[in-house]
Design a protein around this ligand. Sequence first.
Ligand code: NAD
Length: 242
Amino acid sequence: MRLSGKRAFLTAAAQGIGRATAEAFASEGATVIATDVNEAGLAGLPDGVESFALNVLDKDALERAVVDARADILFNCAGIVHAGTILEATDEDFDLAFSLNVKSMFRAMRAAIPGMIERGGGSIVNIASAASSIIGAPNRCVYGGSKAGIIGLTKAVAIDFVAKGVRCNAICPGTVDSPSLHERLRATGDYEGALKSFIARQPMGRIASAEEIASLAVYLASDESAFVTGQTHIIDGGWTAG
Ligand code: NAD
């Protein structure tokens, strides 16, 4: 098992990529601490997984939870999508996206790193996105800006702590099957049409499963990736390959 003896702390673990990753970390032998603002959604995680409600917008609760977790692996997953161009985005939309998607990861990393250094190192994995941070995607202005911010933080943290045993990588998924994806498709008013166009932009002709993203997260969390830091790991069915 690739994560035996490691402690992993995750945000947004109730569904989608976060849940699949909590399950994968547990099956690879990690001690898993899984959190989400939706406490009910954390039910049914594998035996042995510790879980509790945590809103990543709550600075004190987030920082306390991260420090208390004494994690070797920090998996920053919480994120929301604002749909629209710059002309449809308000200051409030911008502030919420950057607080939830970027500042929460900034705070979680700042809380985790001193303990990681003390204990000899650690691996941080931040969930960014391909959409409008790697490749322009329609109606993802504020979202893409926030995800690009995560990439910048990831590289900065990686380089600042490369000699202290702390690695930091970002994952940039293309479109991934998750509950919120289906909500976004329904919100367009043309579920089938929107699904078709999301599928069409990925040359493999399908969207990813959350488990495929979790597999990459296991690799980045494990010592198999010991020589890998500061990278944006794009996993997008060839969307940005051309
Ligand atoms: P999802 O959007 O279906 O679920 C997100 C989870 O985050 C939910 O369980 C929700 O309760 C939790 N959450 C929301 N606000 C929170 C808060 N304030 N504090 C704590 N938890 C909170 O899952 P997903 O689509 O797999 O998305 C997970 C991450 O992956 C996000 O950062 C998203 O931007 C990113 N991502 C998703 C896709 C995709 O196509 N699904 C693509 C690229 C990146």
